[in-house]
Ligand binder design. Structure first.
Ligand code: BTN
Length: 326
């Protein structure tokens, strides 16, 4: 009820009467009053005027279940949020809920992770107060071999969400890093539980650098944050909602064909590597090639110097720019 009351207050510039809230949520005036008091304690400025009702004057920049849910405009993606001030890893938590059969679209968000995971067994630094750490739980009815493509779907959604919220030009470094001005701003980690021909669940974890002002020396040359690029603080809850709105739309397109046919052109238009020379890093073998964009299953098509076209699969290979990260 708290999320819904907050949503109503946000969507209306005028006063909403206590009576209206009681009728809408089938609760007593005292119950409504308690929620309003709780919101005020959390930093929401709410004006209460006798015979008129309640009006939201200002919202704090907080991440909480109520704040995120009140901004969500989706039918299912991120409609239910589980929020933690601190957690080991939102991916781990989403997998636990996946095991229990929790519903498609549930979103796990944390302010801080103490065991954040990156790709290839690396860790993901996850201090409090500045980033987005979130994981969506999905139950897609597709073959397990197709699930890695969902990572690219999420990459498109994050790129879109950031662009809509901030106006910054976002690009994707194949397969799924989001870059702004040539530096990484977001990483995505997909994990799943499957049978041979059936997916129990997929979790897609997203880490976005939002309000960091500095990075450790090792990643300073390749990492950036929205605050560094924009020069101002960005509200994390709003960005989460924007990413979920794009993800839901792209996911529906993906599910029509169970591949990236309907999204490929758009993905390629976001691809920072498109039509660029890249260094392909295969295990034990490295070569330069010209990137031509992805195919309908998300592999990167490259042309080698001898004119051969190859489709490279992200699981085994990564690419870099010839002179650096992109
Ligand atoms: C990468 O290495 O680029 C992927 C990083 C993914 C980090 C996110 S943060 C939220 C979710 N929980 C985790 O433990 N990892 C992912």
């Amino acid at each position: 009820m708290k999320s819904e009351i907050l949503r109503l207050l946000k969507e209306n510039d005028t006063y909403i009467s206590g009576q209206q809230l009681c009728e809408q949520f089938h609760v007593s005036r005292t119950a409504v009053w308690k929620v309003i008091e709780q919101l005020k304690r959390e930093g929401y400025q709410i004006e209460a005027v006798r015979n008129k009702g309640y009006r939201l004057i200002d919202s704090p920049d907080v991440m909480s279940r109520a704040e995120i849910e009140s901004l969500m405009k989706t039918a299912w993606a991120g409609k239910n949020v589980i929020y933690y001030d601190e957690i080991d890893s939102t991916n781990n938590r989403a997998k636990e809920y996946g095991e229990k059969g929790s519903p498609h679209g549930m979103l796990f968000v944390a302010d801080k992770q103490v065991a954040g995971k990156g790709r290839r067994g690396r860790s993901w630094e996850s201090p409090a107060g500045s980033s987005i750490y979130m994981t969506i739980l999905l139950h897609p009815e597709i073959l397990p071999t197709k699930a890695p493509q969902l990572t690219l779907v999420m990459a498109m959604a994050v790129a879109d969400g950031i662009q809509k919220m901030t106006g910054l030009e976002t690009k994707i470094k194949w397969p799924n890093d989001i870059v702004v001005n040539g530096k990484k701003i977001c990483g995505i980690l997909t994990e799943m539980s499957t049978e041979i021909d059936y997916i129990n669940y997929v979790v897609i974890g997203v880490g976005v650098n939002v309000n960091q002002e500095t990075f450790p020396a090792e990643i300073q040359s390749t990492a950036t944050s929205l605050k560094i690029e924009l020069g101002e603080t960005v509200r994390r809850s709003g960005l989460i909602a924007a990413v979920m709105a794009s993800f839901e739309q792209y996911y529906e397109v993906f599910m029509k064909t169970e591949d990236l046919s309907g999204l490929r052109d758009r993905y390629n238009s976001m691809l920072v590597n498109l039509d660029q020379e890249v260094k392909v890093l295969e295990p034990g073998h490295e070569y330069e090639a010209h990137a031509l964009g992805i195919n309908r299953t998300g592999e990167l098509i490259v042309r080698t110097p001898d004119g051969e076209e190859k489709e490279i699969y992200a699981g085994e290979v990564s690419v870099r720019g010839v002179y650096g990260y992109v």
